[in-house]
Design a protein around this ligand. Structure first.
Ligand SMILES: C[S@@+](CC[C@H](N)C(=O)[O-])C[C@H]1O[C@@H](n2cnc3c(N)ncnc32)[C@H](O)[C@@H]1O
Length: 308
């Protein structure tokens, strides 16, 4: 299946999990997709639910999507902006990147965030202790070549088309507030930060947060899907053992690279946790038919029986 890639990238983006998660989605027609940790939004954007609440404590992400929603950012406006700033970047090099970074840190202008996100080192978003964007330049003054600008504009166009068809809300909120909105018709998708990984101003995650999250999920009347890590060659995710006894856990092996060498291909077991038994959905059937014509990666699936 072709995954729609969103215009903003973030640490821990789950593009590689979209198809797997989609295969377990169970949402009634009148239900709301609730995503308390939206990050890039790639999962919900590909589910394309008629009604959704996308939330995150990172107000910059929320500002950008609200700006697309209210027409302050259109594909045309973004194109003009990226072409103009891209040509300054070509001319002035890293000085221009740092000037935009400074401007963004003063004004929180969403188009500046888009520029930084797509030209920063490794294309990441990271904020220091005072909440200031602090990723260095990615050393590519030619970054905003025409083809790349077109690619980003198409990503914005996809989101803005979806926003004209569906009822999607974007809200800056802590997960505790967002989870309080869920009713029994809804499906919650949670992709929380991992303790000690990618920690920055918006991604601090404590034992207490983890406990609050699982306590609230244990009480919710809604269905939920959590994506998280299960184990790697050195460690396992103890929270899974501690909190998911009564839920269904599926795992899948994922390889990630550290550096360029094939030798540094590290396996990691990723998990999704569900509080319901996934039945084959119409959507899933359509997806698997689609997938017949496309190359599918090979995965190892393992359902862990919660009673074992
Ligand atoms: C692992 S990322 C989500 C990635 C996303 N699923 C994707 O595919 O791009 C976790 C997100 O949770 C947000 N976050 C961290 N603490 C939060 C909290 N207490 N409440 C809500 N969002 C939070 C972060 O800003 C970050 O965007």
């Amino acid at each position: 299946m072709r995954i729609a890639v969103p215009p903003l990238k973030c640490q821990g983006i789950k593009t590689h999990l979209v198809e797997w998660i989609l295969g377990h989605v169970s949402l009634s027609e009148s239900g709301t997709w609730i995503e308390p940790f939206m990050g890039s939004g790639v999962v919900g954007f590909n589910v394309r639910p008629p009604k959704a609440v996308f939330a995150d404590t990172n107000l910059h992400i929320i500002n950008l999507y609200n700006a697309i929603k209210n027409g302050q950012i259109t594909p045309g406006i973004a194109k003009e902006f990226l072409e103009k700033e891209g040509s300054f970047l070509r001319e002035k090099g890293e000085a221009h990147y740092y000037a935009i970074r400074e401007r963004f840190n003063q004004t929180s202008e969403p188009l500046d965030l888009l520029f930084l996100n797509r030209s920063s080192f490794n294309g990441v978003m990271r904020f220091n202790k005072s909440g200031k964007f602090n990723v260095p330049f990615g050393h590519k003054p030619e970054r905003f070549a025409q083809a790349y600008v077109t690619k980003i504009i198409n990503q914005i166009r996809q989101v803005s088309q979806a926003l004209s068809m569906y009822d999607w809300q974007f809200t800056c909120a802590d997960f505790r507030q967002t989870l309080a909105l869920a009713t029994e018709k809804d499906l919650i998708y949670c992709d929380p930060p991992y303790i000690g990984r990618h920690t920055d101003y918006f991604n601090g995650w404590s034992e207490q947060d983890e406990q609050d999250l699982f306590d609230l999920l244990a009480k919710t009347k809604a269905k939920f899907i959590i994506s998280t890590w299960h184990s790697n060659q050195y460690r396992k995710n103890l929270a899974l053992e501690k909190y998911t006894q009564n839920f269904t856990v599926f795992t899948r092996e994922h390889f990630y690279h550290v550096g360029a060498s094939e030798k540094n291909r590290n396996p990691m077991l990723e998990a999704i946790v569900l509080n319901y038994d996934p039945e084959p959905q119409l959507e899933t059937i359509e997806l698997s038919q689609l997938a017949l014509f496309e190359q599918k990666p090979e995965y190892h699936f393992l359902k862990i029986n919660p009673t074992e």
